[in-house]
Design a protein around this ligand. Sequence first.
Ligand code: AMP
Length: 278
Amino acid sequence: MRILRTVAEMRAARREAIASPVLLGLVPTMGALHAGHVSLVRAARAECAAVVASIFVNPTQFGPNEDFSRYPRTFDDDCAQLEAEGVDLLFAPAVEEMYPRGPRTLVEVEQIGDKLDGMTRPGHFVGVATVVAKLFHIVGPDRAYFGQKDAAQVAVLRAMVEDLNFPLELVVCPTVRDADGLALSSRNRYLTAEEREQARAIPGALLRIPAGLSVEQLRAWLRKRLDQTPGLRLEYAEVVDPRTLQPVTDLRGGALVAVSVQVGRTRLIDNVLLESER
Ligand code: AMP
């Protein structure tokens, strides 16, 4: 696996990779890799002749009081995992390489980017859309792989790809969970043993939603399950259309049920997609 640190190197490597016409897959990450990230790499590896992963802890998607500086950075271990999974190129730029003049031109997906985490983390999705647009321009993938775990991010990026005519396909891979159901997340490393135990209530609720509830009953049920568990504080529980992130009034057409929960100092998100006609 080659590691590329500059935009120029990345572009030259991309030109080499596509010298013979092949599908190029991109898996963007912030590192601290776990089996969820690996599942995206495996999906890319299965479909594409060349796979590029990126590791970049993107400062523009963190708020001023968030965890940018303490976000886990495990570069050597990440490289070993990517190498073992057969990744061809790893783009791992410094912050100055990505934002040499600071963040200046920004990508904002209106109407979607201010929902869910965009509501509780103002500006978050401007940072996400901007960095992903830059990665798309730098790497030039045919397919880009993202996790359903970050469902609002998927909605924002789908809209961006459509609105800005990026010539690529987004591939969304299922959420990978621990044996007890907790969605894998780089931020799970922050949890104490006690918090990790309390966090089980999140999949305990999302994966056991009773059939036949109205939207209001479902929200109340989630609030009860998640806000009343000791140690947890529900930040939001939303029942929305997975593409527009607008609230739905009826579950019969299917819905995205997304929650954000504060566990101690750590904010965890998770979601499930309810199918239509349940
Ligand atoms: P991150 O490093 O947190 O920015 O995540 C990089 C990519 O991995 C994003 O597309 C995430 O949605 C995806 N991802 C993170 N956790 C999981 C998981 N548990 N299952 C599947 N994909 C995931």
